[in-house]
Design a protein around this ligand. Sequence first.
Ligand code: GLA
Length: 719
Amino acid sequence: MDRSTESNPEEASIAPFVHIRGGGVSVVADTSGGVPAIIHWGRDLGDIELASVADALALPVPFGALDMVAPLTIVPCHGDGFAGPPGIKVHRNDGTSWAPRFTAMSVRHPDSTTLVATAADVVAELELTTTVGLDRHGALTVSSTLRNTGEGELWVDALDLALPVSRDAAEIVSFGGRWGLEFQSSRREWSGGSSISETLLGRTSHESPPLVMVGTSGFGEWSGEVWMAHLAWSGNHRVGAVRLPDGRRYLTGGDLLHPGEVCLAAGESFTTPPLIGSFSPNGIGTASRRYHRLVRSMAHRAENPRLRPVSLNTWEAVYFDHDGGKLRSLADRAAAVGVERFILDDGWFGARRNDQAGLGDWTVSPDAHPDGLDPLIQHVTGLGMSFGIWVEPEMINEDSDLFRAHPDWTLETPGYPSVRGRGQLVLDLARPEAFDHVLTQLDALLEDHEVEYVKWDHNRPLVQGSDASSRAGARRQTLALYGLIDELRARHPGVEFETCSGGGGRIDLGILGRTERVWVSDCNDALDRQVIQRGTSLLLPPEVMGCHIGPPTAHTTGRTHPLSFRAATAMFGHLGIEWNLLDCSDRELDDLASVVELHKRHRELLHTGDVVRFDPSDDAGMAGGVYSADRSEALVSYARMSSGASLTPPPLRLPGLDADALYRVTHVAFPSETWGMASSHPAWPAAGITLSGAQLSGHGLQLPTLLPERAFVIHLLAG
Ligand code: GLA
């Protein structure tokens, strides 16, 4: 880190610039106002004279405006004259302290790539500490803590963070979705105005994943400058991009608070979730891989880098039919096709014979499992697989022992009719007794059984979620959730966790800090999955993305696909199976076994390599894959998403390989794979072909004609 002063307030007012560098990225911050203002977040600047950056970028004061230019600080303040939406909105009971303006107190550098700046407002009696950190891969993380230094209560309505981007950012990609179709993206020009997405549904949400991306005109996977921002938070949030009237632009994100949700007593503080930015000078891929490296470096993953076991999840196979004989037969078949982890989904506990009862009672149902779970677990482990189990700890059914004993433990607003989702209510986890109840039962479940994996679900949005004090409780609920998983992890360090929320309703780096895997979507339709997984892969590396081979006809869409397409799609994640194998023919089981074997052969590459996506070169294709870090090996898929205007796909061009290396390219054949109708196909798939990286990037490789909703996979190995 370069800095033009030592960390002391007097000197800070002279030339308070800080330059942090990492992963080919430079961040220059001006700390003179106390709340750091990022004046450059982009390409590495090398060794520079810091004051010159500020001089070079100082804005003129035009007519018609205030006599100074309000800084675009990480927490923009109306009190500074900031013309955009304020990052901080607070007030006291008498309405005062509503327009804070901070001055610098101290600047610290706990390490060479972290800056901690503390600012104070002595009038409003506030202290704001902002942390800026750049990891060695270039991911930029900012967060702020607001402390009430006054005597009276302080109501916090918003504390949003801002990451400035270049004025050249001309296009914006925002993300949305729904249950069964997560991480859909839409792109538009960003000529003016703001694009904000918000959710108050109490979870990360299917509808508004907390991710936004902007870039220079026409930016793609391999070209253009790109800035992304992601809020690492599993609750209500606001994320977006703002263009100020003077042309300055920034990405923003924060915890979206309900009225009255946060009130700080004297001395108390409020900390934002981290807003994580990722810049790339050369397209989306580089920006996206910074997030992947961050996820991979998270302590629980880095310290325990296990091969991701091929899983079988029982949900779509048996739903609530927990017949012991059937489950054991399913396990037999799972083991026979190469499955390594068997996960017992919903239906094993309390009165859970359907989805209207039982949530809240996390004890084994004697109706479903008269001899307990041990016989099944022993059967599963005896077959060489580990055992996982489904829970939904934040929920409660009225038809449960827990509700009958404690009807007041729900997260709802008294005086109104209950709002149910999937027939269930939400348990107020921030209530210590409720937290303890769930902790005790789950702890016992993990203590008493040989469970290696917990699929943690959350199947309904929060509405009118008031806690015991009748105030909005969504934020406290999210924090309690984190606390509960953290405590269980501490007590059971060998157990892995999956985040699921009706599929991909809780995918964010807050929950990923305490889980090993996400259930990407309840949709196992390979066609939709291609798009869902491509969107999810912007944020997540393949090994945390749960991708299952479903039955031939997808339960959520009714669409039918051959195993070759289903497998080639699920292959590029943490592979699982969600199919009633008891319905399968011997041929299907053999084919499935060969697909599992294929995945295992490439698993190390898939789960440690660099994710690459290719810009569409025709109207029907979607291509992407994984390159090994040293570019000596790659696995790439081209999926034909529709019939397309041309029967012939364009040559598949693979940028980013080692231009001088010679690659042996082979076709990875999937069982029963068929291509499109043609009088002749290219000859190379039969025996492979050797091409240089420059050729693969320059002229590419012609693929055969393909039917719609089919994929073609190739493997590349440098000679
Ligand atoms: C959610 C999950 C599914 C399954 C069911 C069980 O919908 O996304 O995978 O676990 O709950 O009720």
